[in-house]
Design a protein around this ligand. Structure first.
Ligand code: SF4
Ligand code: SF4
Ligand code: SF4
Length: 328
């Protein structure tokens, strides 16, 4: 365990790139613990909560920020610029949340090319009003001068696909207890070696789950979506024909979804030793299908709605599938 010497009051920064804001909400959910924390650290940049400007960061010395929590994926030129800038200004850069860690939900856009995405959003979406067909321009002249918006990239990337990252905190969002655990490690100077995934457990969610798995193994002959059946809160979802990603997912969240009678969707990413979460899940599910008849296997697997979205919901941008697409 590497002990790290800190300034008396460590300087913290929080930033969001291509993000829904949920990771920022987790910080605020620290509640009164955030008040305690604010007495022990200086928050020097947190645009989601306070009026900081990019110029404030640009004016800092290199490595002036002790710990920067960076959430959100890299989707456009602004995200990328801020990733480079915060890397330069931070001693320790923490990839915070699934979007930053693995590309997250925004990474599912990598299934489509940019033109298809723009067509959907600006030309076809049913909710469009008279603005239908109007595309944003990179530069627009207004009476006050010229407005420039960020350039959309063809591919969503994780933070580590863009710049060097020191630590990773998975989760969509990371649960508040995990955030607090990491804050304690920081304050105690007890972060593990660089490159680690922090605040989590090395096992899988299935290892920690107390639902009954059944004594004679699992045999799936029909898949259901969670809303299609009455879910038994005591039994493993898989024994009920509902896909749960627990077996391919790192533990550490405390299973809030499973405890709320919803299957795990895999937001903590792959556990140790698994290189591709989606491939691991598909292989685990396929092994449970209860027939050797090829046509029947196909019929059963065809019942799975959106297999890519299910298996790679949070990690497509960082997966083997992404590699295949972009190595062409
Ligand atoms: S990880 Fe989840 S909560 Fe955090 S920004 Fe991405 S979508 Fe939102
Ligand atoms: S698959 Fe889901 S419900 Fe079943 S044991 Fe694993 S985490 Fe629990
Ligand atoms: S149960 Fe699964 S989807 Fe829910 S928070 Fe944990 S890892 Fe994420």
């Amino acid at each position: 365990m590497a002990k790290k010497s800190l300034t008396i009051k460590p300087k913290l920064a929080f930033y969001w790139a291509a993000s829904c804001g949920g990771c920022e909400i987790t910080i605020t959910e620290l509640g009164m613990r955030l008040v305690d924390l604010s007495e022990k650290v200086d928050i020097v940049f947190w645009p989601a909560a306070m009026d900081f400007k990019y110029a404030d960061v640009e004016a800092m010395q290199d490595q002036e920020i002790d710990f920067c929590f960076f959430n959100g994926a890299i989707r456009n030129s602004e995200n990328e610029h801020m990733a480079y800038l915060l890397r330069q200004k931070s001693k320790i850069l923490i990839s915070f949340g699934s979007c930053s860690h693995l590309g997250g939900i925004p990474g599912l856009a990598n299934l489509f090319d940019v033109e298809t995405l723009l067509e959907r959003v600006f030309d076809e979406a049913p909710s469009l009003d008279d603005s239908r067909g109007t595309r944003p321009k990179l530069k627009t002249k207004v009476p006050e001068g010229e407005i420039e918006i960020p350039r959309l990239y063809t591919q969503v990337k994780s933070l580590a696909q863009t710049i060097a990252v020191d630590y990773f905190m998975p989760g969509c969002p990371p649960v508040v207890d995990q955030v607090w655990k990491v804050m304690q490690l920081i304050l105690a100077g007890q972060l593990p070696s660089k490159g680690s995934i922090i605040g989590v457990n090395p096992k899988t969610n299935c290892d920690e789950c107390e639902r009954k798995k059944g004594e004679s193994g699992m045999h799936i002959t029909q898949f259901h979506r969670p809303h299609e059946i009455q879910l038994d809160p005591e039994r493993c979802f898989l024994t009920q024909g509902v896909i749960c990603c627990g077996t391919a997912t790192r533990a550490g969240c405390g299973l809030p979804c499973v405890k709320a009678n919803m299957p795990c969707r895999g937001c903590y990413g792959a556990p140790d030793g698994v290189l591709d979460q989606g491939a691991k899940l598909i292989s685990a599910i396929a092994a449970l299908v209860d027939t050797t008849d090829v046509q029947k296997i196909q019929e059963i697997l065809d019942q799975i709605a959106d297999p890519v979205g299910l298996s790679y919901r949070f990690g497509l941008a960082d997966s083997y599938l992404s590699d295949l697409k972009y190595k062409k």
